[in-house]
Design a protein around this ligand. Structure first.
Ligand SMILES: Cc1cc2nc3c(=O)[nH]c(=O)nc-3n(C[C@H](O)[C@H](O)[C@H](O)COP(=O)(O)O)c2cc1C
Length: 366
């Protein structure tokens, strides 16, 4: 890292403070942080198959991600780590992910790069030895001087199979954080090239504001190996920041931008149209196995959820198990009742819901 980059990062005391990440967790557990608008899955419905000719018990849910097999196309989205409490949540979630053969991501590891004694609080491999695990760093950090060295440290401390680089320009703007995203594409290109020599895929992800097909294409030009188009309709990070703001203006900004973003259903369709073959994770507002099935039918390979898993982990390990079981049961029923023997066969089984002219299209969630 350049001396200039080091100086800028050293100056930023606010995000070094792991209390900021803990505050995010508390706010997500206790406050109204969800979008009022939906992810848009209710605008589509499955075409019922009255004659499935399948056994529900023998459906094939298998998928793969970052070069590893999954027993179901589901991921626990990145949220936390770097503190004892964050680690406890991660370990609870990662152990259940291992039990079901689904993927798992740790939250931003910046805190542990800047305070290396915190690296042990990102350890999950002992409870999740076989599943795909994603490390996590922010795009803004690469703009400010991070490179392959920091990425390799983040990957090593979690024993991760892949790296998520999260893009959160709107969140940074409303919270008065990193507001300079110049040179990110150039640095990302360099990063993808260097990590490719280690066999490590780099995935780009939003954090809830969604990705357009055009952006996805630019990211693919940088060499990213996959995308999580995390869109609007679930947890709103502008609203989270409104609840965390220390000033009246900060709160006002967060609330004004609380509904900003591309709904997840639209982001999936747009990214898939732009990049027909890219590994695509869908997150942001998936709240059931029906949403998961629709996300896949619209073009995603894997669906992911964050806040529902945080709430479940807070309730206990059994609640996490129940959440995964419920989501997968609902996915299976969607597959069965659409005659889809495999996850891939869900594609094209949706049709737009007919609505009387003049209605908004934002109805009850499925
Ligand atoms: C408590 C919490 C912390 C999060 N921290 C991170 C993070 O560190 N890195 C990241 O890429 N995304 C982070 N996210 C964003 C989620 O991974 C996800 O993209 C977003 O919450 C939308 O999904 P949801 O509607 O299922 O919550 C966090 C989400 C939550 C709820």
């Amino acid at each position: 890292m350049s001396p200039e980059g080091k100086a800028i990062i050293a100056m930023d005391e606010r995000l070094r403070d792991p209390a900021a990440k803990l505050r995010h967790i508390d706010v997500c557990l206790t406050e109204d942080v969800e979008y009022s608008r939906s992810a848009g899955f209710e605008r589509f419905e499955f075409v019922n198959e009255a004659l499935p000719e399948l056994s529900l018990a023998e459906l094939d849910l298998s998928a793969d991600l970052a070069g590893k097999p999954l027993r179901a196309p589901l991921m626990i989205s990145p949220m936390t780590g770097g503190t004892a409490r964050g680690q406890e949540i991660n370990r609870r979630l990662a152990a259940v992910a291992e039990r079901f053969g689904i993927a798992f991501g740790v939250g931003s590891q910046r805190v542990a790069l800047e305070a290396p004694e915190r690296a042990e609080f990102f350890r999950v491999r002992d409870v999740a030895p076989s599943i795909p695990v994603f490390a996590n760093l922010g795009a803004a950090q690469f703009a400010r001087g991070y490179g392959a060295e920091q990425a390799r440290r983040a990957l090593a401390m979690t024993g991760a199979d892949a790296l998520f680089v999260h893009f959160n320009a709107l969140q940074e703007a409303v919270q008065g954080g990193d507001r300079d995203f110049r040179y990110v594409a150039r640095r990302l290109t360099q990063l993808c090239r260097e990590l490719a020599t280690d066999g490590i895929p780099v995935y780009a992800r939003e954090v809830c504001f969604g990705m357009s097909g055009a952006t996805a294409r630019r990211l693919a030009d940088c060499g990213i190996a996959g995308i999580d188009c995390s869109g609007a309709g679930g947890t709103s990070w502008a609203k989270v920041e409104a609840h965390c703001a220390r000033t009246a203006r900060g709160r006002e900004l967060g609330l004004k931008f609380g509904e900003w973003g591309i709904p997840t259903s639209e982001a999936i369709v747009d990214v898939r149209a732009a990049l027909p073959a890219i590994p695509l994770i869908a997150s942001g507002g998936l709240r059931s196995g029906i949403d998961l099935a629709k996300a896949i039918a619209l073009g995603a390979d894997v669906g992911a959820m964050a806040r529902p898993f945080l709430l479940a982990a807070h309730a206990g390990a059994e609640a996490v198990v129940r959440l995964v079981e419920d989501v997968l049961e609902e996915l299976r029923i969607c597959m069965f009742a659409t005659g889809s023997g495999t996850v891939a066969e869900l594609r094209g089984k949706l049709r737009p819901v007919d609505r009387p002219a003049g209605t908004s299209g934002h109805g009850a969630r499925t």
